[in-house]
Structure formats: C-alpha cells, structure tokens
Design a protein around this ligand. Structure first.
Ligand code: DQA
Length: 150
C-alpha cells in the first residue's frame, strides 16, 4: 500500500527543546521528539519528512519547494503569531495543514492568542506537550483516510 507523505515543520527555537523553558515545553529534546514521531508514524504507515528551522524564509522555501506531501503538520512557534509569509506559502501550495503547539497558546500571554495559521488549518492541537505531535499524526491519518473514502 502506498504510504502517505507527511511534512512536519518545527519553527524557531524548537531546536532548544529540553533546555528551553522546561516548565512550559518539557524536558524532551527535539531529537527525542523526532524519534517518537518516527516510531508513531511507522504505526500509521506514514512517511514523515522532519524539518526544523529558525528562519521564516527557509520554512517558506521548504513548503513551496515543489516537493509533494499529502499533509503538513506545523508548529510555527513564534511565527504562528506574526508570519503572513508562512500563511501565504501554505495557501500558495494548497496543502492540508494541522497546526500544533506544545503549550496551550490560549492560556498564555495575550499576544500568543492570535494565530495567523489556525483559520486556514484543518485543525489545531495545542497544550499536550510532545503528545500534541502524536495526536496530530493520528488526526492526519484520520483526515487522509476520510479523504480517500470520499
Ligand atoms: C509554541 C508556542 C509559541 O507561542 C512559542 O513562540 C513557541 C512554541 C508551542 O509549541 O507551544 O515557540 O509554538
């Protein structure tokens, strides 16, 4: 059976996971998180492409590179709240998108309550720490399956 391709993007400062504000983001490093994602993706028979960048332009370049993915799971990190460029890139290639956050952005500072991605996403998963990504993979599988049956 053909594997669906999932692009998973982590935005700025997420390379610091495990060291950065551990009271909010937890102790798991990005490497450990990526390992857990790969393991879970295998279960769901999904092919994952993992990408982290601190640069808005690199994230835009990745999304618009011309490579075809069936779905995008993205934690745009601080760019969630500022990046029209990432929003436009997602719209530009019409890729179904799931927005993910480790923390519940709606229970934090008011500037984090506004996302420029949420309204163009299929859905948003926030507040479950590293498990947010695992839930997003499940959501991706569910979405791709439902699409196939249409
Ligand atoms: C974050 C929340 C953002 O507000 C913040 O800038 C991040 C991480 C999260 O995963 O909870 O860098 O996206």
């Amino acid at each position: 059976m053909k594997k669906n391709k999932v692009l998973i993007i982590n935005g700025p400062n997420l390379h610091l996971l495990g060291k950065r504000e551990v009271n909010i983001y937890g102790k798991m490093s990005l490497k450990e998180l990526e390992k857990a994602i790969r393991k879970e993706a295998k279960k769901y028979n999904l092919n994952v492409d993992l990408f982290q960048s601190n640069s808005e332009g690199e994230i835009v370049n990745k999304i618009t590179s011309g490579k075809k993915w069936d779905i995008l799971i993205i934690n745009p990190a601080a760019y969630t709240h500022t990046s029209i460029a990432i929003r436009d890139a997602i719209l530009g290639v019409s890729i179904p998108t799931i927005e993910v956050h480790l923390s519940n952005i709606y229970s934090r500072e008011s500037f984090r309550k506004k996302s420029l991605i949420s309204d163009i996403a299929i859905g948003v998963i926030a507040g479950f720490g590293p498990r947010s990504y695992i839930l997003a993979l499940e959501a991706a599988k569910f979405y791709l399956h439902a699409k196939k049956d249409k």
